[in-house]
Write a protein that binds this ligand. Structure first.
Ligand code: AMP
Ligand code: ZN
Length: 439
């Protein structure tokens, strides 16, 4: 099969040349990072005062890792490396503002990012004749705007349908002959269920591909989606700190995701020892931005576990591929594409004096979508002290505050003090019952 490329020269660059380009870009990135006080302090401590102090790519190992906590402690502006008049947009990772990480973009950053999402979608077979329905939240979340700009650059007809409004999504798909959708796997399965209720068969649609990401899923889920909707599904990986979508994407071989190594320097490390692991072994992905101007990040620990494939891809692209994301090294979980940390839930619950010391979060599948149930122990004697009305009002308040905090609408259950399992050591706070749909 003859392979077409969006940017043939860059996508098929010899590894030698690609690494030379990475070194050049790494040096420039270090120069930009030195504009940020946090990096200036860190880098000067190890004798790096300019990008020229990086002699080879392996010198990157001298630089300490950047963590989400580092970015959080720099909220809102400490990781801005350019004057404010150069910034055209910012995004934050999903989660509450208190725990957000902020990434700024210059016009050049938006152009580079759009070129990467365009390149990704082209590699997965998208062409300018396609009608692209972007079923992803527009706003601070990167999935909406990130793919939107790339899709327009590629020349597709974009339907910026955003998140939610399920019935409308199906009507749009049918009426405008959508050929490609971008969605979370769970939401697409949910739409399929709804199509059945509406008696709309996939055969009536023009859909041929789906780009699926933002949450972990397994090959079985992909197969299911492909069979039910009679389409090809492609895995798409990204994170706000590395722009968003367009970090890694499957080509038409659909056998691992190419990481665009002209824009991201990739490492895999053992999350305990923090030492590099061999290609082919599972480790935590660590990325350094190579082109970003406004918020350059050095050795950012993603907390995502994956392995780097060692074989080359039939498509001829020289950029290495990674496996599916196998899990996380922290306690973050993803509900319908939204990142949630137990600590966010805890912060809301524990503000209320009626609440005791223990809680548990249960995640289930309801149809194709995730559902969250939070069981909260009341303090001892609360059941006698408060009327049912007061407890109902508390439940309503907690539901609203938790929905605001985690952008997911949970079901709250009150339990009597001492009735939830307790632990001598680290509490098992989150019970994830969706496992049959994961890896
Ligand atoms: P955000 O920064 O809010 O877009 O969230 C990024 C996180 O979503 C990543 O660090 C991953 O944990 C998760 N994620 C994104 N894409 C995928 C994917 N294709 N498979 C599994 N997890 C993903
Ligand atoms: Zn390939």
């Amino acid at each position: 099969m003859k392979v077409a490329y969006y940017d043939k020269k860059m996508e098929t660059l010899d590894r030698d040349k690609l690494e030379k380009l990475q070194l050049k870009r790494l040096r420039a990135t270090v120069d930009k990072a030195l504009e940020i006080e946090f990096y200036h302090k860190r880098l000067s401590k190890i004798g790096i005062l300019s990008g020229n102090d990086i002699c080879s790519l392996s010198d990157i190992k001298m630089i300490p890792y950047t963590t989400k906590e580092d970015l959080q402690s720099g909220y809102p502006e400490s990781f801005l490396a350019v004057p404010g008049d150069k910034v055209v947009r910012l995004h934050t990772s999903s989660g509450t503002m208190g725990t957000s990480t902020v990434i700024y973009h210059t016009a050049g950053d938006i152009d580079s990012w759009s070129a990467l999402t365009a390149r990704s979608m082209f590699a997965a077979g998208a062409r300018n004749i396609d009608v692209f329905q972007n079923i992803n939240a527009y706003g601070l979340f990167t999935g909406g705007l990130g793919m939107h700009y790339g899709a327009e650059l590629l020349g597709m007809t974009v339907i910026p349908s955003g998140a939610g409004h399920s019935i409308k999504q199906i009507h749009l798909m049918r009426d405008f002959k959508t050929t490609i959708v971008h969605a979370t796997p769970g939401y697409l399965l949910h739409l399929y269920g709804l199509m059945q209720d509406l008696m709309i068969s996939p055969a009536e649609l023009s859909l041929r591909k789906a780009f699926l990401g933002a949450e972990p899923y397994c090959e079985n889920t992909r197969d299911k989606i492909e069979k039910l909707l009679q389409i090809e599904a492609y895995n798409s990986y990204g994170l706000t700190e590395m722009n968003g979508p367009g970090v890694a994407f499957e080509c038409m071989e659909r056998n691992g995701m190419h990481v665009w190594e002209d824009a991201y320097f990739m490492e895999t490390i053992d999350p305990d020892t923090l030492k590099s692991v061999e290609d082919g072994q599972e480790g935590e992905l660590v990325f350094t931005t190579l082109t970003r101007e406004a918020t350059p990040l050095l050795r950012y620990r993603t907390r995502d576990l994956a392995s780097i494939y060692t074989d080359s891809c039939e498509c001829g692209r020289t950029h290495r591929r990674i496996s599916r994301i196998k899990g996380r090294t922290d306690d973050m979980f993803i509900i319908n594409g939204i990142n949630v940390y137990p600590s966010q839930i805890e912060a809301v619950i524990m503000k209320h004096s009626e609440v005791g010391t223990n809680y548990r979060v249960y995640i289930e599948k309801k149809g194709a979508l995730d559902k969250v149930i939070i069981r909260i122990e009341l303090f001892k004697g609360a059941v006698e002290k408060y009327t049912q009305d007061e407890l109902d009002r508390l439940k309503q308040r907690l539901t609203k505050e938790l929905t605001d905090a985690i952008i997911v609408n949970p079901t709250i259950e009150f339990w009597e003090a001492g009735s939830l399992p307790s632990y001598g050591s680290k509490a098992l706070r989150v019970i994830d019952d969706r496992n049959e749909l994961l890896w």
